[in-house]
Ligand binder design. Structure first.
Ligand SMILES: C[S@@+](CC[C@H](N)C(=O)[O-])C[C@H]1O[C@@H](n2cnc3c(N)ncnc32)[C@H](O)[C@@H]1O
Length: 374
């Protein structure tokens, strides 16, 4: 048993069982021992690839989109509000920046292709992990306009209040700890799947009523609940909703964009997802042994885009788009070609990257993009 598993077992022995969200939090983020704290897992030689590891094109297309948004905002800004000094006018806030590669791709594109905007831009990374900040600092050392903060609340405290801000993340929310619930068809009620220890391994346990986590049950159409099979399992991620809501409150003017694999609320409740969407990933293979080898494999769940969208709208954001990644990126390329001839000179490497990013069997269909604005 690895030292992290021993630590988790000790916590379970003290408490009887722990919510799955706590297991996932420790497995992924326990300082010095969690999966995202110990190794470079992303890329072909790691456990999984993301749109970022496909190549620099993803960041370049996003940068083009960010520039369009900032330039449009500038047109509607009164000249009196534009100070002539060099204070930042625009701010990109990235969370889940990992090793900083995506930030580097976005900044390289902007510095080469939108130098004036780049001069007035601050790139802020929200990074709670000291180790990952070290990775990012190394990747981004040639960009003087990058800042780090430890969490969202530091944004307002830091007094940064640019006129135009973009919050963005790629595959942030799928890595946030989730609670796991099962449906009891006999009593027509939800129960929580907790994690216990049976003497030599971690096991799933139904949490006792008085041990249940104080988080909302999954939201399901009552008519659907009438026919939901026994032990139908699904996840909720209060952390993602809290994060999106808090960020939205910090958005005075600008956009929020989340790119991730995920579903609309009702898409979770179909027969092929009766076991939920949680998966462990190791060496490019997904498995359902979520409780095995904590710290040595990734654990991830589909993002509930319906819930994120509602959370933003509840605090006054407008939804601009919720669409597959393929359409989002194809439309960017279309506008680039039409308006400025950008993207007309792609070589075979860039064409291949675009195909991977938009192909339905790769990143094109399962990945969605949510854009909201204020
Ligand atoms: C699946 S990886 C994606 C990394 C990168 N964005 C990419 O697309 O290649 C998820 C990343 O989100 C980070 N993460 C998870 N929760 C976070 C939080 N609350 N704040 C900042 N980063 C977080 C993890 O540490 C990890 O680096």
């Amino acid at each position: 048993m690895n030292p992290l598993a021993t630590k988790i077992r000790n916590e379970i022995e003290l408490r009887g069982s722990i919510p799955f969200a706590r297991f996932m939090e420790l497995a992924l983020y326990a300082p010095g021992e969690g999966y995202y704290e110990t190794q470079q897992q992303i890329g072909r030689s790691g456990d999984f690839i993301t749109s970022v590891s496909v190549g620099s094109l993803f960041g370049e297309l996003l940068a083009f989109q960010f520039a369009e948004w900032f330039e449009a905002a500038l047109h509607t800004t009164a000249a009196s509000q534009l100070s002539s000094d060099k204070t930042p006018l625009f701010q990109i806030v990235e969370s889940g920046a990992h090793d900083g590669k995506l930030a580097g791709d976005v900044l390289s594109f902007l510095s080469a292709n939108r130098p004036e905007l780049f001069q007035r831009l601050e790139y802020c990374i929200i990074e709670p992990s000291v180790l990952r900040q070290v990775w990012q600092t190394k990747t981004l050392k040639r960009f003087p306009n990058v800042k780090w903060i430890n969490d969202l609340s530091a944004l307002s405290a830091a007094g940064i209040n640019p006129m135009n801000r973009i919050f963005f993340s790629n595959e942030l929310f799928d890595a946030m700890p989730v609670y796991r619930f099962g449906w009891d068809a006999k009593t027509k009620s939800w129960f929580e799947w907790a994690v216990g220890w049976d003497g030599d391994k971690f096991v799933w346990k139904r949490a006792l009523e008085n041990q249940r986590s104080a988080v909302p049950f999954p939201k399901v159409d009552p008519a659907l609940l009438e026919v939901l099979p026994d032990e139908f399992t699904t996840e909720v991620c209060p952390l993602a909703i809290e994060w999106w809501t808090e960020a939205a409150r910090l958005l005075h003017r600008g956009k929020m964009i989340a790119i991730d694999y995920g579903l609309l609320a009702e898409e979770f409740f179909v027969p092929e997802r009766s076991g939920g969407t949680l998966r462990a990933i190791s060496r490019h293979h997904a498995n359902t042994e979520l409780l095995s080898n904590p710290g040595e494999q990734d654990i991830t769940a589909h993002v509930n885009f319906g819930a994120l969208k509602t959370a933003g709208e509840n605090v006054g954001l407008q939804t601009d788009a919720l669409l597959p990644q393929s359409r989002f990126l194809t439309e960017i390329v279309g506008r680039g070609l039409k308006m400025s001839g950008e993207f007309a000179q792609w070589d075979s490497v860039q064409r291949r990257q675009f195909q991977t990013l938009t192909h339905p069997e790769h990143f094109g269909r399962a990945f969605r993009v949510l854009v909201q604005s204020r």
